[in-house]
Design a protein around this ligand. Structure first.
Ligand code: LLP
Length: 387
């Protein structure tokens, strides 16, 4: 097989197609709208697939809103969240007339109104509520408890609505929630439905009939078994919402899915530079590190690693990157006996992989993060034909 420069990300676009069609089938109902969480992976080819599937986009910065518009998404397909929106970001969102601005504090509401008035525009505002639900995922990616900075505490809903009513330029589009990411046990989503039902009932009792409800994203993927379970459990995920969420008067339900759409699609290929043995451990030192894939260092995340060059007997290695940080490790892995020059594939890196990469240690020189498409495609096909 021809040698290819590493490290690089490869995206299996066929798997992406299969994932999207499975998701679309499971979503079914035409009142369910999925917005792709652009933060997970902003590769143009991936985004083009999302667009072709008719998905909207979930953005968390002015940069993302601008990029989504440039990539041809309609403003009416864009939802925009974030606890720290700046004035220029709000100006962009309001002047482009995005579908919804997910407002995260009463203080922000005042600024949205100021900006909308200045532009002589109206703004569609969702109130992002913090329902204080523990998503039972990693604490660093939990967002829906009162220890997290996100959203307006649910008991301040009425205060927020009072404030919103002061500004004729603001339209109350609905409630927004997002309780966390990589949620594998789906029961927190059922709890979320119960909370949303209580809040929506209370709204109706007071005469509010918002046209939408946005329940965020968070559906997890199987990092342990990417080959056995390449596609997330969209069936149960949407079925839960159909069964447990009360939807009033043709309300439209919005979802913001990131990881579950792209996570399993990504591979990070890396070459083994050295095998270094100490009394304690055998290290496999590879040419990708936390600068290319931050998740292990940031969240202690574990990704399956496969040696695609060796069929020798298994051996345990601590697989580490070249960065000058002790947290630059992918953890212990049992691999076929590995040597300098072997090629490893790190799995399930399509979401929050390349987007979180940095130039730390002045990395990036002579390292194509995305090797040129044709080369990579040939390489990947050859590799998987051989294995
Ligand atoms: N909506 C909002 C408001 C969000 O903050 C997020 C993710 C999503 C939707 C999409 O969530 P998903 O469906 O992808 O779980 N870097 C971390 C994950 C951070 C998630 C940030 N927010 C990781 O690598 O695990």
């Amino acid at each position: 097989m021809q040698k290819i420069q590493t490290p690089f990300y490869y995206y299996d676009l066929d798997l992406l197609d299969q994932t999207l069609s499975k998701m679309v089938r499971a979503r079914g109902d035409s009142s369910f709208h999925v917005h792709y969480a652009l933060k997970a992976n902003a590769e143009a080819k991936i985004l083009a697939k999302m667009k072709a599937t008719g998905l909207g986009v979930d953005c968390v910065s002015g940069g993302e809103v601008r990029y989504a518009l440039e990539q041809g998404f309609g403003a009416d397909q864009i939802v925009y969240a974030g606890v720290g929106k700046t004035d220029w970001e709000l100006e962009l969102a309001i002047s482009s007339e995005v579908h919804g601005i997910n407002c995260e504090s009463i203080e922000e509401l005042v600024v949205i109104a100021e900006v909308a008035n200045k532009l002589q525009k109206s703004a569609n505002v969702y109130l992002r509520l913090n329902p204080n639900i523990d998503a039972k995922t990693h604490p660093n990616i939990t967002t829906g408890t009162l220890r997290n900075k996100f959203g307006i505490p649910a008991n301040e809903l009425w205060l927020a609505l009072e404030e919103l009513a002061k500004y004729p330029c603001l339209v109350f589009a609905g409630l927004h929630f997002h309780i966390g990411s990589q949620i594998e046990d789906l029961s927190p989503f059922v709890r979320l439905c119960t909370e949303v039902n209580v809040l929506q009932k209370a709204l109706r009792d007071k005469g509010y009939n918002p046209a939408n409800v946005n329940v965020g994203g968070g559906l997890g993927i199987d990092y342990k078994k990417p080959d056995a379970n390449p596609i997330a459990d969209f069936d149960t995920y949407f079925e839960n919402y159909r069964r447990y969420l009360n939807i009033y008067d043709n309300q439209q339900v919005h979802f913001e899915l990131g990881r579950s759409l792209v996570g399993q699609v990504g591979y990070l290929f890396s070459e083994v530079l050295y095998i270094k043995k100490t009394k304690e451990l055998d290290f496999a030192i590879i040419d990708a590190g936390m600068s290319e894939l931050m998740r292990p260092a940031l969240y202690g995340a574990r990704h399956v690693i496969q040696n695609v060059s060796s069929v020798l007997p298994d051996h345990e290695y601590e697989v580490v990157g070249p960065i000058c940080e002790s947290t630059d490790t992918f953890g212990k892995h049992v691999l076929p006996t590995t040597q300098r020059g072997d090629l490893l594939q790190i799995r399930s890196v399509g979401a929050y992989g390349s987007v979180l990469s940095t130039q730390y240690n002045m990395r990036g020189e002579n390292q194509p993060m995305f090797s040129d498409e044709e080369n990579a495609q040939q390489f990947f096909s050859a590799l998987h034909a051989e294995v």
